[in-house]
Design a protein. Structure first.
Length: 472
């Protein structure tokens, strides 16, 4: 295997299914994991902790079905770090280590990281020589410090400790609760896209030549079935979602709509799409990337399965924009400011928990450009979900039914405990949570009360970007 060309190697994200193979490799590549003088080092624990973070910054190199290399990165918004870059002795000499480093550097650069740091053992001259060759320099002005935290003080608990379940795709979800459950507004979502707008988009996208479509994060199939109105009859659509229940319901809906022969749905994650390179003419998603820990890496995987010249389309919101829009409600500037502050704190915390940036849509065009896509085009969703008396349209009735359900279940954007977790992770003062939570629920209840009194009205505006581009 020494010197084997690296084009025979696949570099991809590490998943929980790879954990055992990665641990076995580390025990060969990093002798300190078996050194009794480092009793605190555990390869298995390190892999499990990194997977629990779900930031998408953990890769392996696979050659002939074997894991022969890894690279791990981290980014806190200030500096990036590289860890655990190693290649099996039998696979060295072909530039694999360099490719793993390049993969990590590309991901960090797309996240906006300005500088990368790393540490090596002072006694490891081979490692120091490797990093010098990669363009890294030792800084004699800096001294490395470290402190091992005592058990119980090492930060947020992992999935097992927090009562969350680690799913087979490496994500965590609350027990007995499907991912994005509160985001699938079943009634209101049916009115997201009107046929006139879709026809306009179909012309701009030149859909008449599309034959193979992939809808990533398809949920129950809302976006898939909207596209069915404008896709040519010869087109086939594959929808993937990580939630088996959504996949089942989407498949049932396809059968009911007479689309089962052309539309199929299967379980998969955006981080590891089970398709060959360049398998689709069009790859698309709707409100998926706001739920992904590393959306840039997700976009790269979507681009991988897109054919050269193929179309990548993403519809993603900037949800924070709607926080200033409360229609006819007469609220004081202070109350509005506190609502926005509470929202932004929770939004930041949600991202810090690795569960996605719910205003990611505003960054989407720049990410498309950074990926090297061509003809990047940006439009805004033209639909407004206006609400006004007598609330008689089907769309207004759907909005009211969804709102009434959320008020009855005491749901804001998320449930109480999830919101508390986001608030804390976003730097919120714990003593202020109850105040913010009650105010958020009060806003929804006030809107519902005004609707029931026949006095509420609003334009229903929001910011949903529709961004598309072609793969070179």
């Amino acid at each position: 295997m020494p010197g084997k060309p690296t084009d025979a190697v696949i570099i991809r994200p590490v998943t929980p299914a790879d954990a055992e193979a990665v641990v076995s490799l580390w025990r060969v590549v990093f002798p300190e994991y078996g050194d009794p003088s480092y009793p605190h080092r555990s390869a298995a624990a390190s892999v499990a902790r990194k997977l629990a973070v779900r930031d998408g910054l953990f890769w392996l190199a696979e050659q002939d079905g074997r894991v022969v290399g890894t690279a791990m990165a981290g980014y806190d918004g200030h500096r990036g770090w590289l860890y655990s870059v190693g290649v099996h002795p039998e696979a060295r000499g072909g530039g694999l280590g360099r490719k793993l480093v390049a993969e990590a550097e590309r991901a960090l650069l797309l996240l906006g990281c300005p500088k990368v740091n790393l540490q090596v053992f002072a006694s490891s001259t081979a490692a120091q020589e490797f990093w010098h060759k990669q363009g890294y320099a030792q800084d004699d002005k800096v001294v490395s410090f470290g402190k091992r935290l005592k058990s119980g003080l090492a930060g947020p608990p992992g999935p097992a400790a927090s009562g969350e379940a680690l799913t087979p795709d490496g994500h965590t979800s609350l027990p007995n609760a499907s991912h994005s459950r509160e985001w699938l507004y079943e009634r209101s979502r049916s009115f997201l896209w009107d046929r006139e707008y879709l026809r306009l988009m179909a012309q701009r996208w030149n859909l008449d030549i599309v034959r193979d479509v992939l809808d990533v994060g398809c949920g129950r199939g809302h976006w898939s079935f909207a596209l069915a109105q404008v896709l040519p009859m010869a087109a086939r659509l594959t929808g993937v979602d990580r939630e088996p229940e959504w996949v089942r319901q989407a498949a049932e809906a396809a059968h009911e709509r007479g689309l089962a022969e052309r539309f199929r749905f299967e379980q998969a994650t955006v981080e590891r799409l089970p398709f060959a390179d360049e398998a689709f003419d069009m790859v698309t998603c709707q409100t998926l990337l706001i739920h992904v820990a590393a959306p840039v890496l997700a976009l790269r995987e979507m681009t991988r399965v897109l054919r050269s010249g193929g179309l990548l389309v993403a519809a993603e919101p900037a949800n924070r924009a709607a926080q200033m829009l409360y229609g006819s409600l007469d609220q004081s500037p202070d109350r509005m400011a506190e609502r926005v502050r509470f929202f932004l704190t929770c939004e930041r915390g949600r991202a810090a928990c690795g569960e996605g940036d719910i205003s990611f849509g505003d960054r989407l065009p720049g990410m498309f450009a950074a990926l090297g896509l061509r003809e990047v085009t940006v439009r805004q969703w033209e639909h407004a979900a206006a609400v006004f008396p007598p609330y008689s349209s089907p769309q207004q009735q759907a909005f009211i039914a969804d709102l009434r359900s959320r008020v009855a279940r005491a749901i804001w954007i998320s449930d109480r405990e999830t919101t508390r977790r986001y608030f804390a992770a976003g730097g919120g003062v714990p003593e202020r949570f109850e105040e913010g939570w009650k105010a958020a629920l009060a806003d929804s209840a006030e809107v519902l009360a005004a609707i029931e009194a026949g006095t509420f009205h609003c334009g229903g505006g929001s910011v949903l970007y529709v961004v598309w581009a072609r793969k070179p």
